[in-house]
Write a protein that binds this ligand. Structure first.
Ligand code: XMP
Length: 326
């Protein structure tokens, strides 16, 4: 019988058997899959697990804290946080091309993860421990998409941990390999992870880096983070966030338009709301959000985010538009 409780019990036993007394590391991305996979391994082997979270500074408001505080509080897992904000800002300086941004973020992520991993390995070695296992949040659809077998880990690694160093030869622990997304959420809830983690909508690995159209700077990240937090708060309040697949909030950082506030002229940046409904992100339609909700979001963003004086709605389906703007 399929219950989240049974899955947890079964996987905990399987992980204990696979891992024995070796040490395990797990990269956390801030997403659902890696969090649930880590929580399962934590339940199974406790302190043998060290989680690694690379904070690239491209997350939304509260997300890094969610990993650092809520995840640890819910699971008791050991967490190694690598503050790599500077590395990413420097690497992205002056870059505006979307593909170039993605490549840079992917590359720096691998470097940052390897550096963090090396630190964790060093600590483990000092304890005389063997680190032989790496946890991956591979889901069943990932396994199917890649034709099963080894490729699955590769696909996921691009998104989650950023590629495994070839000479490390970790064995993989993939406790979610038989599960679909909704089952993963149920298992996460069963393990006591908070709703903010298990009910999260999809969020791209390159994060806000591909939602700032133009160069990524600290200041622009701050502006977008603020606008995005308002939009998410209002969407959640409206109770519609389960119907909406995701709602990217995009900053047109290189565009300015004239506005008026009080009795003064403004010359600010537009924000784009991109709410979409979708089954699998392969195709999508723009969500018909209620006008009142859109009005509230627009009013709040233009009132509370000084640099933004215009809020626009993206009414393009996919295809021809993609969900993200870059
Ligand atoms: P697009 O923009 O291609 O997005 O319609 C489809 C879905 O994928 C997410 N997305 C990504 N996820 N790494 C990820 O982990 C990425 O580089 C990436 N790019 C897009 C996007 O948010 C949407 O859910």
């Amino acid at each position: 019988e399929w219950t989240a409780g049974n899955i947890v019990e079964e996987q905990v036993a399987a992980i204990r058997e696979q891992v024995g007394d070796a040490r395990v590391i797990c990269g956390l991305s801030g997403g659902v899959d890696s969090a649930v996979a880590a929580a399962l391994v934590q339940r199974a082997v406790g302190d043998q697990l060290t989680c690694v979270f690379v904070d690239h500074g491209l997350l939304r408001e509260g997300e890094a804290e969610q990993v650092e505080r809520d995840f640890v509080a819910a699971t008791g897992a050991k967490l190694y946080v690598a503050d790599e904000k500077e590395r990413f800002l420097q690497a992205l300086a002056g870059v505006t091309d979307p593909e170039e941004k993605r490549k840079i973020i992917g590359r720096e992520f691998i470097r940052a993860f390897e550096a963090a991993e090396a630190e964790v390995l060093k600590e483990a070695a000092a304890d005389g421990a063997r680190v032989q296992f790496l946890v991956q949040g591979t889901l069943y659809p990932d396994v199917v998409e890649s034709g099963g077998g080894e490729g699955a880990a590769n696909i996921k690694s691009h998104h989650n941990v950023g590629g495994l160093p070839e000479d490390m030869e970790f064995k993989l622990v993939e406790p979610l390999r038989a599960l679909f997304k909704d089952e993963v959420r149920a298992v996460g809830a069963e393990l006591g992870l908070p709703a903010e983690i298990v009910q999260r909508q999809p969020f791209p690995g390159p994060g806000l880096g591909i939602r700032i159209i133009g160069e990524v700077t600290e200041d622009r990240l701050r502006i977008l983070r603020k606008a995005d937090a308002i939009a998410r708060e209002e969407l959640t309040k409206s109770g519609l966030d389960q119907e909406v697949w995701q709602m990217p909030v995009v900053l047109l950082a290189d565009v300015r338009s004239v506005g008026v506030q009080g009795d003064g002229r403004t010359y600010g940046h537009p924000i784009v709301l991109r709410p979409v409904s979708s089954e699998d992100a392969m195709t999508a339609d723009w969500s018909r959000l209620p006008y009142d909700l859109l009005a509230t979001i627009s009013n709040r963003i233009t009132n509370e985010v000084e640099e933004v004086n215009r809020v626009t709605l993206d009414v393009t389906s996919k295809p021809p538009g993609t969900i993200e703007w870059e």
